[in-house]
Design a protein around this ligand. Structure first.
Ligand code: GAP
Length: 519
């Protein structure tokens, strides 16, 4: 299966099984806006809980916040979003479509990567001596040529972005013959800047209406509440404030499903530290956040850091945690050392003193900030991309015929449904016994009851939504109170006493199993 097919299947799977739906679908949808269905909301809530509990519960010095989406308009002047939250855009004159220039160029870089991968796959599949990928990469003329072009392109892109050189950006597009995906032509306008914030109005015209913005990040709600939290919570530096909430960006290039949305959720934590210690804390959070990702147990080689060469003017270090999505390595989370920029700007624009008195140093200062910022929807996509797979299984015990089973190999703590309870048949007291078991477990675990179709088909349905365990209630259950428990990944089965089920499920599916790895 090609990566493109894999991704298409994943998107279709999300819709078919109630994870993600296009927004307002009966009206043909709304660009880059999505709704989470009955299982999607459970998975999303579990990811949110994993983040929140690892941040707030496991750290004595990190507390939570839930600030409003609407904020005073000056907040966005102070933060720099009014003047600088822009992306360089280019329009295709034939299709009239607008694109983010860096995304267009990065897609061309991805194409070179795909060509390289294809050459390697082809060569590896040839019969003969053992294939050595490293030697092949260094010697094959085609791979060397693609690698050269890709490297040149990436150097030119980072140089042009660093210099804010729009003519150079346009020239890169022309030189590389990058065409509009819709019209297929290279008929481009000049490159221009567009602000990404959504604006609306607060109050009625008679009151004198005010233009306000839908927040493009949750972080500013944390900065403006720094003193409130620090004073009311008697917080001592270093400490952090964590928040999960909606953010809005008028993304021009909205593709790749829920990767880049116009309405999305962020999970952000601002960590306030003494000036001069921020790089130490930056390294601390960099490692700590990677550990959080890896604890989920997906392939470790699919994660990497991407340290920024071009830093925002207020940052003195920045890195992204990237994941190998079906469409290539992309950012899931950003970790930034933001210096004292935001607090200083809010002090300047509000006229209020925003400082911390350090009793140990006996001095006041503006704290420096290390931020960890991850998109909840993007994390959802990462988890579901990593979890989705297909394998071939024997159709029936009595035959050798095979069928494809689609599985979401979700970490049990994140799975929307922890257990499916299935009576072997719909008669002779089995449904009643199954319901009795379900009624005992439902208070602690999200369970499903399923009595339709053959057991095999019921297993497939649960595999497809990532349910880690299924139990079958059969005639023996009525006499020995044991059920057959079936493991999603290995498909192995064992008999378990009904009385032991709560402890079994707790041990296997509790969020604690993930959190313990971090503590
Ligand atoms: N406060 C810092 C900040 O907002 P960012 O790199 O712009 O930094 C942080 O965003 C994270 O938010 C990203 O790593 C990504 O996971 C998520 N994110 C940003 N824009 C997004 C979008 N349009 N759709 C979905 N997630 C997005």
């Amino acid at each position: 299966m090609t990566k493109e097919d894999h991704f298409k299947k994943l998107v279709a799977h999300c819709k078919e099984h109630g994870f993600v739906f296009p927004s307002s679908e009966i009206y043909d949808g709304l660009g880059a806006v999505y709704d989470y269905g009955q299982l999607g909301v459970e998975l999303k809530n579990n990811i949110k809980r994993y983040w929140w509990e690892s941040m707030v519960r496991l750290h004595d010095n990190v507390v939570g916040l839930d600030s409003a989406i609407f904020m005073h308009p000056t907040v966005w002047k102070a933060s720099g979003h009014v003047d600088a939250f822009n992306d360089p855009m280019i329009d295709n004159k034939d299709s009239k479509k607008r694109y983010r220039v860096d995304v267009l160029i990065e897609e061309q870089i991805d194409k070179y990567d795909e060509q390289i991968e294809r050459e390697i796959e082809k060569a590896a599949a040839l019969p003969g001596d053992e294939f050595n990928e490293i030697i092949f990469r260094h010697t094959d003329p085609r791979v060397r040529e693609y690698t050269k072009r890709r490297d040149e392109l990436s150097i030119r892109l980072s140089q042009a972005l660093q210099d804010d050189d729009f003519d150079h950006l346009r020239q890169i597009i022309i030189d590389n013959k990058i065409v509009c995906p819709v019209s297929g032509t290279c008929n481009w306008t000049e490159v221009r800047q567009f602000n990404l914030m959504f604006a609306t109005e607060m109050g009625f015209a008679a009151e004198g209406s005010n233009k306000i913005f839908l927040r493009p990040e949750t972080a500013q709600g944390i900065f403006v509440n720094f003193l409130n939290v620090q004073k009311s919570g008697r917080m001592k530096i270093p400490f952090g404030i964590a928040q999960v909430g909606k953010a809005f960006r008028n993304e021009i290039v909205a593709r790749q499903f829920i990767f880049r949305m116009r309405e999305f959720e962020q999970m952000e934590m601002q960590f306030f530290v003494r000036p001069g210690t921020e790089l130490e804390w930056f390294n601390h959070w960099k490692e700590s956040r990677m550990k959080w990702h890896r604890a989920l147990g997906f392939n470790a080689g699919d994660y990497r850091f991407h340290d920024h060469e071009k830093l925002a003017h207020y940052a003195n270090a920045a890195t992204d945690i990237e994941y190998r999505f079906p469409f290539g390595f992309k950012e899931v989370e950003g970790i930034h050392s933001r210096t004292d920029f935001d607090l200083r700007r809010h002090q300047e624009f509000s006229g209020k003193k925003i400082q911390y008195f350090d009793p140990e140093l006996n001095e006041s200062f503006t704290p420096h900030v290390v931020e960890t910022s991850i998109g909840l929807d993007r994390m959802f996509l990462q988890v579901i991309s990593a979890a989705y797979y297909e394998d071939e299984v024997i159709k029936k015990k009595s035959s050798t015929a095979k069928e494809t089973r689609v599985v979401l190999g979700l970490p049990p703590a994140l799975a929307p449904v922890k257990l499916a309870v299935m009576p072997l048949v719909k008669k002779n007291g089995l449904p009643e016994k199954a319901t009795e078991i379900l009624d005992q477990l439902r208070f602690d675990f999200n369970c499903q009851y399923d009595d339709k179709d053959s057991i095999g088909r019921r297993y497939r349905r649960q595999d497809a939504i990532g349910t880690p365990f299924c139990i079958t209630v059969d005639y023996s259950t009525l006499t020995d109170n044991n059920v057959t428990i079936r493991y999603r990944d290995s498909m192995q089965q064992e008999r378990v006493d009904v009385e032991d089920l709560p402890a079994f499920l707790k041990e296997k599916t509790d969020m604690k199993t993930l959190l313990r790895q971090l503590y």
